[in-house]
Ligand binder design. Structure first.
Ligand code: HEC
Ligand code: HEC
Ligand code: HEC
Ligand code: HEC
Ligand code: HEC
Ligand code: HEC
Ligand code: HEC
Ligand code: HEC
Length: 242
């Protein structure tokens, strides 16, 4: 036998045995039974523990939340997108506790402004939109729109409220000087609050002979400060300051 045939047949035998090894030892036995994949993968996947229960399962015990959510802007969301996988919770009838989200980042996951999100999807800039406070102080997560109005003005005008809180005007309510419709708290740009317009407004308490407590310092408002508006010199929210 010529040498080259011997060498070729060695290579030939090596290749054949490699193929046999790959076919019978490395390729899983059920490969190709149902197509170009391992048929047993279906059984294996089925055997994995189920982590999610689905919204229907939650409604059995939490139908009140389900009703609210079903009518709200969040009707398209599953419960578990916010509360995490709930199969164990369902099985244990509530004993295994679920995540109860509440931080700003939990909502910003979907609502933070990103230019790639679809136009019209409600998005907010977290630095501009009522910073610091958790979203759920104003928005009900299960009925997110329209938002729950904050109980008082400080919910949005935090800085002004803090400044006034340590000023000589601490005892005056915001509404003493501003009239607001209730809707101002829901749609502040459409329903504007009033702002005092004249010196006489401050004169109600500070003019000589004005009614009220004798502790209130009084000035002759015809002369004091010339023709300027009082708040061109005094910050109405911190009147004794410079
Ligand atoms: C078999 C009844 C049952 C089912 C089904 C069920 N829950 Fe509950 N769930 C409970 C009980 C009981 C509690 C505790 C009640 C309480 O503390 O007021 C609870 C509490 C909760 C809480 C509050 C947890 C906390 O720590 O305050 C959340 C959130 C919750 N469930 C979400 C879900 C979600 C999401 C599903 C569906 C995946 C679901 N539940 C399905 C019975 C159920
Ligand atoms: C957009 C996210 C979101 C979705 C979707 C959502 N939840 Fe909640 N859920 C929350 C947040 C946030 C709280 C905490 C509210 C709070 O502390 O005031 C909460 C609280 C709860 C509680 C505690 C008690 C209560 O009512 O405050 C239960 C129970 C609950 N959710 C069940 C559900 C069920 C059932 C569904 C689906 C039908 C669901 N949630 C869908 C965010 C969500
Ligand atoms: C998984 C994504 C997701 C999460 C998390 C989520 N939302 Fe939403 N949110 C939506 C979708 C979807 C809509 C409905 C958008 C539409 O109707 O076009 C919506 C609508 C809203 C609206 C109504 C806006 C309007 O047009 O008036 C508010 C407010 C809102 N969400 C607040 C929240 C708050 C607060 C949280 C956190 C507790 C939260 N969302 C968490 C997806 C999400
Ligand atoms: C102090 C109360 C308050 C807090 C805190 C707050 N919001 Fe709002 N949110 C409002 C009010 C009031 C409106 C309606 C007026 C407006 O657009 O400013 C609104 C409107 C929205 C809208 C609708 C915007 C649109 O274009 O339709 C979304 C979405 C929203 N908020 C999400 C959030 C998220 C997410 C957080 C937390 C990161 C949050 N909000 C925190 C009061 C609040
Ligand atoms: C939900 C948030 C929110 C709440 C709550 C709120 N405001 Fe406002 N307010 C705003 C926003 C936002 C503006 C700015 C509107 C603009 O400049 O376009 C504003 C503007 C104002 C202005 C200036 C109006 C102008 O025309 O320049 C006054 C005064 C005011 N608010 C008073 C109040 C008082 C008093 C309360 C409590 C009764 C209150 N606000 C509660 C959000 C709020
Ligand atoms: C003593 C009367 C008085 C009280 C009390 C008062 N304000 Fe004012 N406020 C004014 C006057 C006057 C202006 C106009 C100031 C200017 O134009 O420089 C004003 C302006 C404002 C403005 C718009 C300009 C700005 O500084 O952003 C807001 C918002 C506001 N006030 C909110 C409030 C809130 C919230 C409270 C309660 C925490 C409050 N005010 C309490 C008199 C008052
Ligand atoms: C409802 C009555 C009332 C109104 C209206 C009012 N104030 Fe006052 N003001 C007070 C009271 C009360 C004090 C605190 C007196 C004290 O500390 O004993 C005060 C204190 C002051 C002080 C501090 C005086 C000092 O001794 O340092 C100034 C300045 C002042 N107000 C300016 C104004 C201006 C400007 C306006 C109009 C925007 C105004 N006030 C509207 C009741 C009022
Ligand atoms: C041109 C600037 C200017 C204007 C405008 C002005 N003030 Fe003053 N105000 C001052 C200065 C400066 C002081 C402190 C010195 C003083 O006591 O005269 C003062 C002091 C006061 C005091 C304290 C008086 C005391 O006895 O402690 C009150 C109250 C007051 N102003 C109210 C008002 C009212 C109300 C108006 C509008 C009708 C007004 N001011 C307009 C500059 C001004």
């Amino acid at each position: 036998m010529p040498d080259q045939v011997k060498r070729l047949s060695v290579i030939f035998i090596l290749v054949i045995s490699a193929l046999v090894i790959v076919r019978y030892l490395l390729i899983p036995p059920t490969f190709g039974k149902l197509g170009h994949y391992r048929a047993r993968a279906l059984e294996d996947a089925k055997a994995l523990p189920v982590k999610y229960a689905g919204r229907e399962a939650c409604l059995e015990c939490h139908d009140d939340v389900g009703d609210a959510l079903g009518k709200s802007y969040h009707r398209g969301l599953s419960c578990e997108v916010c509360h995490g996988p709930g199969a164990k919770h369902v099985k244990s009838e509530g004993d295994v506790e679920l995540v109860v989200p509440g931080k700003r980042k939990d909502c910003l996951r979907c609502h933070q402004f990103l230019s790639s999100r679809p136009t019209g999807f409600p998005q907010v800039d977290p630095l501009q939109h009522n910073p610091v406070k958790p979203c759920i102080t104003c928005h009900d997560p299960h009925e997110p729109g329209p938002p729950r109005a904050p109980a008082d003005c400080s919910g949005c005008h935090t800085t002004i409220a803090k400044i006034k809180g340590v000023s000589r005007h601490v005892s005056l309510k915001c509404e003493t000087c501003h009239t607001t419709k209730a809707q101002h708290k829901l749609d502040p740009r459409k329903f504007r609050a009033s702002i005092p317009a004249e010196r006489e407004f401050c004169g109600k308490c500070h003019a000589k002979k004005a009614k009220g407590s004798s502790d209130i310092p009084q000035v002759d408002i015809r002369l004091h400060g010339g023709r300027y508006l009082c708040w061109e010199c005094h910050n109405p929210h911190n009147p004794q300051g410079e």
